[in-house]
Design a binder for this molecule. Structure first.
Ligand code: TEU
Ligand code: CA
Length: 549
């Protein structure tokens, strides 16, 4: 392996700017707040930062509704701030990945305003359909509840919006639109950006014959109708030729609806994306009704997802590994035990993240084991998906107390509480009242306290990140799972160039026996417990063993 692509060797740190650090006492995170924390980010041992959208936006969907692709969100700062942030990252040998939202724009984007007025060539920049106000063109549901079609009285027709009604879908079938989006990409790549995270890229080609969906299972509808359209591979290949091949840029696509069976179609070495975010595990507990229709999941299913996707990416392409982000509950609350074993289970999850094949993406705050928050009323939710989910639920007679359970289990507010820097007021995030309340546990869970503690999740995260870099078997090695049916134990082997590692993770509150394979591994490299019991794994204990072949 001479000089593999940087993004294959990287550990990526995801920052949701609004909630990371406020530098100017308006209660909103901003770019200068990130600049203030560049040394902290570097101290983690990560190699790149992924910033959620920073562009001008009415903020209907946390910035994923862009009204000007060439301007920054004013409350985040100025272009000079952006340039200083980029320079600061590069000085520290850190890469910057920005988040481009190209499946849809804001309805306040100039293109949409001109389109709805019937101005060429903008008319075909979006999907417009005739109809009457009470009869949408088909039965497609939005990700955010209700119909995916919005009647525009001014235009006298419907427009498609897979997400909120303020996020009209861009019509990639229109060549002039694609050229405009390529210009946007070039603008930011010319500024020196190192990577693009491409929002919902799987949906830029959809079923444009717009048949009714034939299933009530929302994730099936995504897979069959919204994603994986007939021209998806062609559009990605064109973006490669028109833009990406002319830059040293990494592209990671967000691919809801993409499956292990078709993923490699979009990861072709010359014509595809470099990496993909798949959602096999992230939708594991979603019933037919989607996020707010939770169903139980089992360890066997969870392990099977990693088995299947690792097998896919062993053939070709390259995967990404994440256990949480701005769209999902905090990983320690969702997959671990954030009460009795918060520290142990957050360390265990960091171990999984850093020992799996594929590029690890750690979400800000997960390196200190930040937990879910608790909404006590639906009025407190600041997320359009959760608020719309509540509108749907209330219309179906679901009481607020019941929906709050779903929102607190699966909702996106959980991931958007401010990063907890200190035990001071507002957790050191801001000197003003934050746009979103800080989690009540900030005095117990914060960066300052953990930086001083050799047993903290933060210290463990730094150690396990360094361990991944020292043992490149974790980046380039094969993957072989063991204990595939065991309901508590997640164990797997990694092998590459005469080194073998065994990772054993106890995903439970119970003590479990070690798998027999341990007897072949004389050296325990790391554990998340103060001491190693030779025969047993403590609750939420993680260990990594090694030997030279
Ligand atoms: O998410 C799109 C998506 O497919 C889902 O994975 C996501 O969980 C969403 O909440 C629907 O459940 C991307 C962004 O990550 C998300 O923040 C945006 O709201 C969405 O696209 C629209 O831009
Ligand atoms: Ca601010």
């Amino acid at each position: 392996m001479n000089n593999p692509a940087w993004w294959k060797e990287a550990v990526v740190y995801q920052i949701y700017p609004r909630s990371f650090k406020d530098s100017n006492a308006d209660g909103i995170g901003d770019l200068r707040g990130i600049i203030e924390k560049l040394d902290y980010i570097q101290s983690l041992g990560v190699d790149a930062v992924w910033l959620n959208p920073i562009f001008k936006s009415p903020n209907d969907d946390g910035g994923y509704d862009i009204s000007d692709y060439y301007a920054l969100q004013p409350e985040f700062g100025t272009m000079a701030d952006f340039d200083e942030l980029l320079a600061g990252l590069h000085q520290r040998k850190l890469k910057l990945i920005i988040d481009l939202v190209l499946n849809h724009s804001s309805d306040e984007h100039e293109w949409f305003q001109l389109s709805r007025q019937g101005k060429k060539p903008y008319t075909d920049f979006y999907f417009w359909k005739p109809g009457t106000p009470d009869a949408p063109p088909n039965n497609w549901p939005s990700f955010f509840g209700g119909s995916a079609w919005q009647w525009d009285a001014g235009a006298g027709k419907y427009y498609l919006h897979l997400f909120s009604k303020k996020q009209p879908d861009l019509n990639w079938e229109t060549p002039a639109l694609r050229q405009e989006l390529y210009k946007v990409m070039r603008y930011w790549l010319d500024k020196g950006v190192d990577g693009l995270r491409l929002d919902v890229i799987s949906a830029i080609s959809k079923r444009t014959d717009f048949p009714n969906t034939d299933t009530d299972d929302f994730n099936e509808t995504i897979r069959k109708y919204y994603a994986n359209g007939p021209r998806l591979r062609e559009f990605i290949a064109e973006a490669r030729t028109e833009v990406w091949n002319n830059y040293d840029v990494m592209t990671v696509g967000e691919g809801p609806g993409i499956t292990p069976q078709n993923a490699l179609e979009f990861l072709h070495p010359q014509q595809g994306l470099n990496m993909l975010f798949h959602f096999g595990h992230m939708f594991i507990d979603q019933g037919p009704g989607g996020r707010f229709d939770p169903i139980p999941w089992t360890m066997k299913e969870f392990k099977q997802v990693f088995e299947t996707w690792n097998a896919t990416f062993q053939q070709a392409g390259w995967g990404s590994v994440f256990l949480g982000n701005h769209d999902f509950p905090r990983m320690v609350s969702r997959w671990g035990n954030d009460t009795l074993y918060r520290q142990e289970s957050s360390k265990l999850l960091c171990t999984l993240l850093l020992t799996m094949p594929g590029t690890p993406f750690i979400y800000m705050g997960d390196e200190i084991g930040m937990t879910n928050t608790t909404l006590t009323s639906m009025a407190a939710s600041l997320d359009v998906e959760t608020q719309n989910g509540w509108v749907q639920a209330r219309a179906n007679g679901i009481p607020e107390a019941e929906f709050l359970k779903y929102a607190n289990y699966a909702g996106r507010d959980n991931a958007r509480t401010p990063v907890q820097w200190t035990a001071d007021s507002h957790a050191g995030f801001s000197t003003a009242r934050p746009w979103m309340p800080v989690n009540a546990n900030y005095a117990q869970v914060n960066v300052a306290q953990q930086q001083a503690d050799p047993q903290s999740t933060l210290t463990y995260f730094k150690n396990i990140t360094q361990l991944r870099k020292r043992h490149r078997v974790l980046t380039h090695g094969s993957y072989k799972s063991i204990e595939t049916t065991h309901q508590q134990l997640f164990a797997y082997e990694r092998e590459w160039q005469q080194e073998k590692l065994l990772v054993v993770l106890n995903f439970s509150d119970q003590v479990v026996n070690l798998p027999d394979e341990v007897s072949a591994y004389p050296v325990c490299l790391i554990t998340n417990y103060p001491a190693v019991n030779p025969g047993l794994l403590q609750p939420w204990e993680a260990r990594i063993y090694t030997y030279k072949v």
